[in-house]
Design a protein around this ligand. Sequence first.
Ligand code: C5P
Length: 123
Amino acid sequence: KETQAEKFLRQHMDPDTSTVTASYCNKMMKHQNIMVGDCKLVNTFIHEPLPDVQAVCFQGNVPCKNTKPNCHKSSSKMRITDCHLKKEAKYPKCEYETQQLRKSIIVTCEGNPYVPVHFNGSV
Ligand code: C5P
């Protein structure tokens, strides 16, 4: 069974891509199997080396959206792509807006080793 940490990698890590095209999110949201019976509203992909993303678990502690205490904000801005579901999109035709950004990421970390398990947002 896929662990939460493995799920984070599948849904949010794409270190080898530096520039994305307009169809990036449409392709990635399908290829990474992010859709299960419904179109996911928002999903962020991170284009930084995995060790840099794992290191965020040991950077600034911030409150999580869901009241949990174990969220961490990256001390530097990271290359990310935001995928936003288009308003008129209907499953299984999940069409996305692709937006490349440089922002700090906020992740929830858990376990031993203490690694990212949820993407909480970007600021
Ligand atoms: O914010 P919310 O709890 O609705 O987010 C649900 C899921 O959407 C998150 O667990 C994450 O996988 C994804 N998300 C994201 N990037 C954001 C906000 C949410 O990938 N900026």
